[in-house]
Design a binder for this molecule. Structure first.
Ligand SMILES: Cc1cc2nc3c(=O)[nH]c(=O)nc-3n(C[C@H](O)[C@H](O)[C@H](O)COP(=O)(O)OP(=O)(O)OC[C@H]3O[C@@H](n4cnc5c(N)ncnc54)[C@H](O)[C@@H]3O)c2cc1C
Length: 354
């Protein structure tokens, strides 16, 4: 068989790429081993235009956030699913200084599109510890990534292009401008392996800095109507069920849950919410983050049929739609991509090594 593209990995990245390429009439074969965990199935799926303790506007927010709304809504209509859940995000103030700063920022063009209101009355959200009120953000919410991935998987199975198998990069052969793997040929192969890319000898020179994270799933006594975010996020995803997270661990890259993370999350949760809760589940995963915290996309420096789409880090949900579309336009029409995400910034590491 000959394909236009082989895609390795069917997390969020591989799913959206495969779907886009099939939609544009290309032939695609996808390898994904169901036994292997994926960060996309652990992720809470939150999109939030601000990042970090200092609430800096996230990289390219003004382009990414309007785009993701249209993109996921289109996917919903095409696939007959509901995955995009716009939910306001409440962030309690910790000091009067912070309260004053946001009181000014609400008039600033840079922030205004993302601020819904300054909540001055702490009684408005009695479930939340917020003695100084807080900030209500908009253009926030979550994407149900599991439903998205499972639906795309069914599409791929129906088209008979999904191989539920681990791909072994050392068995890949280069033939002129094509690749060949177990009797299948393709013009290009795109590796979307998330944190597993470090085990792929063809791209092991790419500097990843994976970050382990753990999440608690809890049942609250009373439902919550918005995402609450301060130290940890509390995301209501179904009735009284919420996700609480996430931890950041640069030292370990295993997928095991730990009592330390559970304790840590519970301590922060109890400082944030007044409602009693029960922990129903704990999960762990590894974020595919790069050294400089920017995505890693592009063609191999030496073998152009090899491509990489990785490094979505903590923000896969907001980055993937825009970057998948850009990468498809690059592959199919030769349109330039934004330079910040190109793996060419690390080519010197490859040439020094080989
Ligand atoms: C605890 C936690 C919380 C998070 N919360 C959020 C959040 O709220 N919002 C957000 O935007 N992001 C969040 N993320 C990050 C998000 O999960 C990632 O950015 C995104 O899911 C990455 O998707 P991916 O497809 O690149 O990688 P993955 O989802 O890891 O997918 C990689 C796939 O490749 C497959 N694979 C790898 N090697 C091979 C091989 N050799 N052969 C076959 N298959 C292979 C794997 O099995 C897997 O299916 C979170 C992550 C974690 C761990």
């Amino acid at each position: 068989m000959h394909y236009d593209y082989i895609i390795v990995g069917q997390g969020l990245s591989g799913s959206l790429l495969a779907y886009e390429l099939l939609k544009s009439g290309r032939t695609v074969q996808v390898y994904d081993d169901l036994q292997q965990p994926k960060s996309s199935k652990v992720a809470a799926g939150i999109y939030n235009p601000f990042t970090g303790r200092k609430m800096v506007k996230t990289w390219m927010a003004d382009a990414l956030f309007p785009f993701l709304q249209k993109y996921y809504r289109t996917l919903e209509a095409e696939l007959g699913i509901r995955i995009l859940h716009n939910l306001p995000m409440f962030r309690p103030f910790l000091s009067l200084k912070e309260q004053n700063e946001w009181g000014t920022r609400i008039y600033d063009e840079h922030y205004r599109p993302y601020i819904d209101a300054i909540i001055a009355d702490s009684g408005e959200w009695p479930q939340v510890v917020n003695p100084l009120g807080g900030l209500m953000l908009k253009q926030t919410g979550y994407v149900d990534i599991i439903t998205l991935i499972d639906t795309v998987r069914s599409v791929l199975i129906d088209k008979k292009v999904l191989v539920n198998q681990r791909f072994t990069a050392s068995d890949l052969q280069m033939i002129k401008n094509k690749v060949s793997y177990q009797g299948h040929q393709a013009n290009k192969i795109i590796f979307c392996e998330g944190p597993w890319v470090s085990q792929n000898r063809l791209f092991a020179w790419i500097p990843m800095r994976p970050v382990k994270g753990e999440i608690l799933e809890i049942e609250l006594e009373q439902p919550l109507e918005c995402i609450v975010n301060r130290g940890v996020f509390v995301l209501p995803y179904r009735d009284k069920y919420c996700k609480v997270g996430a931890t950041f661990d640069n030292q370990n890259t295993d997928w095991e849950t730990t009592p330390t993370a559970k304790l840590n999350l519970q301590r922060k949760l109890e400082g944030l919410l007044r409602t009693p809760y029960t922990v129903t589940r704990q999960i762990a995963g590894v974020r595919p983050a790069s050294l400089d915290r920017r995505p890693l996309i592009g063609l191999h420096p030496e073998f152009e049929p090899l491509a990489l789409f990785n490094g979505l880090g903590t923000k896969g949900v907001s980055l993937a739609p825009y970057l998948v579309r850009q990468f498809c336009d690059f592959l199919e029409q030769g349109k330039p991509m934004i330079p910040e995400v190109s793996i060419s910034r690390y080519f010197s590491l490859y040439y020094n090594k080989f």
